[in-house]
Design a protein around this ligand. Sequence first.
Ligand SMILES: [Zn+2]
Length: 82
Amino acid sequence: MEDWRLTGQDKYMKNIELKLVKPDEIKKRSSLWHEHCEFCMETIDNTYKEPCYCSMDDYRWICMQCFNDFKDIFNWVVTNND
Ligand SMILES: [Zn+2]
């Protein structure tokens, strides 16, 4: 699969556990906080209106679009945190 968003993430993001982060949880974060999607680099900050995913340590973030596009090749395990 060729995609401009794939830049070697398979070395550290395969089979990892992710949690779903809902917009109301994102809204509670500081206005100083922001992250970028690991794939498309979209900015995710506290005004972000869509659910997205992050690694259990809050370090890696993935937007919904990239999650849906790459979930089959990355084999992520989603943990429901509610
Ligand atoms: Zn993305």
